[in-house]
Each structure stands twice: as structure tokens, then as C-alpha cells.
Design a binder for this molecule. Structure first.
Ligand code: PMP
Length: 425
């Protein structure tokens, strides 16, 4: 099983057998409140009838279409609608099948772009400590989570890391975006000077680090990164695989922070998790540069399943639901209640920080000495037993429910977690 301590599964694995709305059900029909929207990928709730119907119709109409040298109507329609959903800040999308593929695709796109401009020497990437950019060799090389890298040699060279912005001393219990740490963006200047700007292809960051345990960017940090990238003529990539599609009650995190990157990697909520799909959004100048390249450079890249008809149908239906059901407005209307409920856990045993933005929450627990992660895992197991699905990274509990949740779900989630924390040793 992926990212799992498989040795824990000598006995029967934990399973869910069906899902609807805010709930999973196990094989015995027991309801489990989904506090994580699957793996951050089900913003609209499970088995949404509009999406189910669209995918059923799609499979009966066109099961598969090659993506090379041809396409199909839904692929182009979805691309148009995605650009529209992005507020027309981007010019094109390139389809992939996952977040990892989106990241590797964006990296290759950046390299092709620079080569097309006659700057093939721009090959270095700058990412951030504690970043997570998927599991391909490209994304893994950019990533900064030790457990994800240390077993695997031969990472890509030419990557430097900005410092992370995690700081419990200064930022604990911030409500929303923390104050301290904006100056950490200035480290970009130091890294650029070290290698000479003419060698640098792009900076890539998650607007907020999700997999590292919800590390929020300090106020003004992303704006400053954008300014420094502009100053140096370096492309900026936001990895919006978890923050895209409404997680912050805006279409993308880039809208929330009012900072537009040159490329944006997405996946997950794009199809509401129903069919695997990712997309790289790129500014029109990247596409145009590649088309106009005097050397005739093409972006020679793609996947058998790029723009799969079922994924496109799920994507179109998801965008329809976002619009028709005013999902972002609903998410926005829940954020204060969410924040208050999360912060009501302050003072409970082991809790050392609470972080939130949009419909994202993190509960950081003090670790048992020498057993990092054990305490949060105990809470995870107990929560599952009591009918709530949460997620853990080390001793940080990450929460990211479907955006369609109501106050009663928030009460249930935090009520159960509070009871469990009171009994946790
Ligand atoms: N980038 C980020 C920021 C992610 O959070 C993830 C997955 N959680 C990925 C990339 C990889 O996505 P996938 O698992 O679909 O390959």
C-alpha cells in the first residue's frame, strides 16, 4: 500500500467501501465523516450525482481518444473552461494524470521554454525545504521531505532550497496567515547570486506546504518571491495540487494571495478525485515562445492518457457544480466558523499549535520523546474507530474537508477530536 507502514497490515487493512456527500462507509455500513476530502481531492463531496452522470454518459459515448496529433471536444471545452475559471490569467493548459506528472511536466516545460529563447543554460531549479512536489524523479528532487527522498539515489542535480517558513516560536496559534518570516523570501537573492542568474530556470513552491503539515506562508512572502523572480527574470511556478479548486475559498491559492505565477501545477480537485487527472496552467507567453522558437523547438512531451475523455467529463461536471452550487461562496461562508472551531482546541492536552486558512486546519501535537508521529497516529486510529477520517504527518493532524460541509459537520469533527485528545496519552 502506498505511503503506508505496510508492516502494520499483517491483519486486515482499514477499508472504506462506499461514499456519498461528506461520508465514507465501511463494509459494515458504518459512517465515517471525511475530514480530509479523500486526499485533499474531493472538494465537492463524494459521488456527486452531476459528476456521476457525466462520467456515465462519457464512457458510453467515447471511451478513449488518442491525445497525440488529435483530440476530442471535451478536452478542448475543458481547457477553455479551466482558463476561464483561472480568471484568464493563463493562456493554456497541458493535461497530465496526477500531481506528480504535473510537476515533472512543468519542469520540462520550463526547460523547453528557456531553450526556445536561446537560454538553454538555464537549468537550475529553486524550491523550498519541506516542500512536497510528488514522487517522480523531478518532483522528488525538488521536494524536501527526508523520508520521501532518502531511500532513492540519483536525484536530479541543480536544485537549491529556500528556507521553510515553519516557526512555532513566533507564529504559534496565528489565526490565518502568520506575520513572522516574510524576510525569508530574500534568501532567493543569495541563491541566485551563488549560481549566477543566467543558470536559473525557475522557482517552485507550494503556496502553502501541505504534506509537510500545513506550513503557511507569512504575510507578503509570496508577493516578495514574485517581485524577486521578476527582478531576476526567473519563472515562478506555484504547485497548487492541493490548494487549487477552492481549498482556500478562492479558485486557486494564487487568487487568495493575489500573486500570479507563470505556471501552475494542479490535479486532485480538478475532477473531484473521480478520475485521475492533472493540468499544468501556463501563461500564454510560454506557449507563444515555444511556437515562435526559431530553432523549431516543440514541447515534445505527453501521456497516453492526457485529456482522457472520462477525466474531461468529470472535470467539466466539477466546474459546473462549482458554479451552479456556488461552492466557493459556501466555503467562504464556513471559514470563520471553521477557524473558531479549530482554535477551540487550544489548551487541550498535547496541543502546541493550531493553524488554519480557508478550509484547511492543522493541529500540531507535542511528540512523545523518541517516537515522532506516534501520538498523532494514535489519534488517527481512534478517530477512525469513532467515525472520523483525519490525516497525519509526523505529529501534525491535517484537516481539509470537502468544501460543501455544514456547521454540524464542523461540530462533529472538532467535538470528536476534542474528546479523543482529552483521553490521549
Ligand atoms: N504536489 C503537491 C503540492 C501535492 O500535495 C501532491 C500530492 N499530495 C503532489 C504534488 C503529487 O500529486 P499525486 O499524488 O497526484 O502525484
Amino acid at each position: 500500500m502506498p505511503f503506508t507502514a505496510n508492516r502494520d497490515y499483517k491483519e486486515a487493512p482499514r477499508v472504506v467501501a462506499s461514499a456519498a456527500g461528506m461520508y465514507y462507509r465501511d463494509q459494515d455500513g458504518r459512517e465515517i465523516l471525511d475530514g480530509t476530502a479523500g486526499l485533499w481531492c474531493v472538494p465537492l463531496g463524494h459521488s456527486h450525482p452531476t459528476i456521476v452522470k457525466a462520467v456515465q454518459e462519457a464512457i458510453a459515448t467515447l471511451d478513449y481518444a488518442p491525445a497525440f496529433q488529435m483530440g476530442h471536444p471535451a478536452a478542448f471545452e475543458l481547457a477553455e473552461q479551466l482558463i476561464d475559471y483561472s480568471g484568464n490569467k493563463f493562456g493554456q493548459v497541458f493535461y497530465t494524470n496526477s500531481g506528480s506528472e504535473s510537476v515533472d511536466t512543468a519542469m520540462k516545460m520550463v526547460l523547453a521554454y528557456h531553450r526556445a529563447r536561446g537560454e538553454a543554460q538555464r537549468t537550475r531549479f529553486i524550491s523550498r525545504e519541506r516542500g512536497y512536489h510528488g514522487v517522480g524523479f523531478g518532483g522528488m528532487s525538488l521536494g524536501g521531505l527526508p523520508a520521501n527522498r532518502k531511500q532513492f539515489a540519483n536525484l536530479l542535480g541543480g536544485v537549491d532550497y529556500l528556507p521553510h517558513t515553519y516557526n512555532l516560536e513566533k507564529n504559534a496559534y496565528s489565526r490565518g496567515i502568520p506575520e513572522y518570516g516574510t524576510h525569508l523570501a530574500e534568501e532567493l537573492d543569495r541563491i541566485v547570486a551563488l549560481h549566477d542568474v543566467s543558470t536559473i530556470a525557475a522557482v517552485i513552491v507550494e503556496p502553502l506546504s501541505g504534506s509537510a503539515g500545513v506550513i503557511l506562508p507569512p504575510k507578503g512572502y509570496l508577493k516578495r518571491l514574485r517581485e524577486l523572480c521578476d527582478k531576476h527574470g526567473i519563472l515562478l511556478i506555484f504547485d497548487e495540487v492541493i490548494t487549487g479548486f477552492g481549498r482556500m475559498a478562492t479558485p486557486f491559492a494564487s487568487d487568495f494571495f493575489d500573486v500570479t505565477p507563470d505556471l501552475m501545477t494542479t490535479a486532485k480537485g480538478l475532477t473531484n478525485g473521480v478520475v485521475p487527472m492533472g493540468a499544468v496552467f501556463s501563461k500564454a507567453m510560454i506557449y507563444e515562445t515555444l511556437l515562435d522558437s526559431p530553432a523549431g523547438i516543440e514541447f515534445f512531451h505527453g501521456y497516453t492518457y492526457s485529456g482522457h475523455p472520462l477525466a474531461c467529463a468529470a472535470g467539466l461536471a466539477s466546474l459546473k457544480v462549482f458554479k451552479e452550487e456556488k461552492v466557493l461562496e459556501h466555503a467562504q461562508s464556513m471559514t470563520t466558523y471553521w477557524e473558531d472551531a479549530l482554535h477551540s482546541l487550544k489548551g487541550l492536552p498535547h496541543v502546541i499549535d493550531l493553524r488554519n486558512v480557508g478550509l484547511i486546519g492543522a493541529i500540531e501535537l507535542a511528540s512523545i520523546p523518541g517516537k515522532v508521529g506516534a501520538r498523532a497516529m494514535a489519534v488517527y486510529k481512534q478517530a477512525f474507530a469513532e467515525g472520523v477520517l483525519i490525516r497525519t504527518t509526523g505529529d501534525i493532524i491535517a484537516l481539509s474537508p470537502p468544501l460543501v460541509l455544514e456547521k454540524k459537520h464542523i461540530d462533529d469533527l472538532f467535538g470528536k477530536l476534542a474528546d479523543i485528545l482529552k483521553k490521549t496519552v
